[in-house]
Design a protein around this ligand. Structure first.
Ligand SMILES: *Cc1c(COP(=O)(O)O)cnc(C)c1O
Length: 375
């Protein structure tokens, strides 16, 4: 076992991944620069086709970020003032922020203690006559039980907008996330499983009318050049990002498999350790391990987090406060104790270093120090 650290272990390492594909990426970027075509164009179109094929849908619309993808999805389904949208309180702020941004009201439902994902059984209890949509988030790379969620949604005529930002390549019952609901929203933020070298996002659907609507909305509401029928936004993917994403998409399954190997090894070596709980996968789902998130018990999470930091092991806390208790959502009137599973998770979660290139030596350092701090 490794006793002391010569090098610190980062929580993620996107630079190392870049070095493995540097020649390909540099050549592609230089080609774009020489082409003079920097926004939109054939590279963005071909990336959209490749990403649609990868996801198993007929339509993909590229945009500027995962946040924009969610915003545009709500807009395309005409969700706005007076509408309610059900989602999880245990997610990145963007998921709920966009609901507010279109003028609708976020309704938070508690999470499942095992998966950290929206508790599908509780969704039905939160539905009112105003509910128009539900946004499941496939958090940390683990897919939501979409079969169960689609049953509830269909019974109540709800639109299902998948937040796939952390789960590119994950699948439920053999189908990729982003192809299971009515519309899928992806982020290509650099630390996501498929990360650009800047901002980027995409929306997937099998509905050609919705896709056409999205293309209008993301170009200022323009249907014919310089004629506007509705208020839109500027949300485009750069050609440089599309070129890089095309290259990286070819490696995505390999990288996701490497993440899985890291997760399996963490599980084998940490499963029996007391004072903590390893994450579990639901039968039916195949996750992509954007994060490997343990629970630290006995109110020791913050202590372990800082002790590991001192020893050069960098861990992350996603997320320290659930959204229903954020100051920005005080007006919604949630009280502490109302969504207890999410609240407890926010006190206990700790995401260990996780990236495809994490070596066994680095992982051993994480495990040795984690066990030692917990002992
Ligand atoms: C990253 C993320 C987003 C937002 O994506 P951006 O590309 O950063 O705008 C949305 N939802 C979740 C769950 C995320 O992790």
């Amino acid at each position: 076992m490794v006793q002391s650290l010569n090098h610190s272990v980062p929580a993620f390492d996107i630079k190392q991944q870049y070095t493995t594909i540097e020649a390909e990426v540099s050549a592609a970027v230089l080609e774009v620069l020489a082409s003079g075509r920097y926004i939109g164009g054939p590279l963005v179109a071909s990336f959209e086709q490749q990403f649609a094929a990868y996801t198993g849908v007929t339509e993909c619309v590229a945009c500027n970020s995962g946040t924009d993808a969610l915003f545009l999805a709500l807009k395309a389904f005409k969700i706005g003032a007076g509408d309610e949208v059900i989602t999880t309180p245990f997610t990145f702020i963007a998921t709920a922020e966009v609901i507010s941004a279109v003028g609708a009201k976020p309704v938070f439902v508690d999470i499942n203690a095992t998966t950290f994902n929206l508790d599908v059984e509780q969704v039905a209890t939160a539905i009112t006559s105003k509910t128009k949509a539900v946004i499941p988030v496939h958090l940390f790379g683990q897919p939501v039980n979409m079969a169960a969620l689609m049953d509830v949604a269909e019974a109540h005529n709800l639109v299902v907008i998948e937040d796939c930002a952390q789960s590119t390549g994950a699948n439920w019952a053999g189908q990729k996330v982003g192809s299971l609901g009515h519309i899928g929203c992806f982020s290509f933020y650099p630390t996501k499983n498929l990360g650009a070298c800047g901002d980027g996002g995409a929306i997937t659907t099998n509905d050609p009318e919705i896709a056409a609507q999205l293309r209008v909305l993301k170009e200022h509401g323009q249907k014919n050049r310089y004629y506007y029928e509705e208020i839109g936004v500027n949300s485009r993917l750069d050609a440089i990002q599309a070129a890089i994403l095309q290259i990286k998409l070819r490696y995505l399954d390999t990288w996701n498999n490497q993440r899985r190997k890291v997760a399996v090894r963490y599980h084998q070596l940490l499963n029996q350790v007391s004072g903590m709980i390893t994450p579990q996968e639901l039968a039916g789902g195949l996750g992509v391990w954007n994060q490997y998130t343990i629970r630290v018990l006995d109110h020791k999470r913050d202590l372990i987090h800082s002790q590991l930091q001192e020893r050069g092991v960098n861990t992350m806390i996603y997320y320290p406060r659930p959204l229903h208790l954020q100051p920005v959502y005080e007006n919604l009137g949630y009280k502490e104790g109302q969504l207890p599973v999410a609240e407890q998770a926010s006190q206990e979660v700790l995401s260990l270093p996780m990236f495809p290139e994490l070596s066994e030596e680095q992982q051993d350092q994480v495990i040795y120090n984690l066990k030692d701090c917990l002992a």
